[in-house]
Design a protein. Structure first.
Length: 192
């Protein structure tokens, strides 16, 4: 589904590979890891916003102003953003608020993808609704977001990038959130 893929790209965690693998052409001897700073990630993610799309042919969703926060002690990334959720063709003003997601990242070697892992809606603030209405929106919206983004593919590594790594004797390994950024461990190829 096109709109689901657009939403997944919006999280732009795949930016890590875009930045990291371009640096592989100049890998020097030494530690086999690639670090990407929090500032680089924030810049790349911000370039993917705003996101505007229609979900289920009924809901108009707008996501804006993403802000990253890293949780290295939990190996998770937090993305906070503002949202607007409206019902198409009703003329009713959209519901607005703040959304905060946390997630891990993992590389899936079977299909060369970077995926969101264990997505959780940490906060779903709703502006201008009664407490009862806000509670309903939070419950439904939280479940929908977690289900929509479960194991979402945020980046597909290009075959030529994998060949570049392979030519140097390495393959992508574990992605870790570290203080100040993300780290991609490069594992030696199995030479059998």
């Amino acid at each position: 589904m096109h709109t689901v893929n657009t939403a997944r790209r919006a999280w732009a965690a795949g930016a890590f590979f875009l930045i990291a693998l371009t640096g592989c052409g100049v890998m020097q001897p030494g530690p086999r890891q690639i670090d990407v700073s929090e500032a680089q990630l924030q810049s790349r993610i911000a370039s993917q916003f705003p996101v505007r799309q229609r979900q289920l042919g009924l809901f108009d969703v707008t996501l804006e102003q993403p802000r990253l926060r890293l949780l290295p002690e939990e190996n998770r990334v937090v993305t906070e953003m503002t949202y607007a959720l409206g019902v198409a063709l009703t003329g009713v003003a959209p519901v607005k608020g703040q959304l905060e997601l946390s997630y891990g990242l993992r590389y899936e070697p079977s299909d060369s993808t970077v995926r969101l892992h264990q997505v959780r809606v940490e906060r779903l603030g709703v502006d201008g609704l009664s407490a009862a209405q806000a509670a309903q929106v939070k419950k439904i919206g939280g479940l929908m977001a977690e289900d929509l983004l479960k194991e979402a593919v945020v980046h597909r590594v290009k075959p030529e990038d994998l060949q570049s790594l392979s030519g140097r004797g390495y393959k992508p390994g574990v992605l870790k959130v570290v203080p100040g950024g993300l780290r991609l461990q490069l594992d030696p190829l199995d030479m059998k």
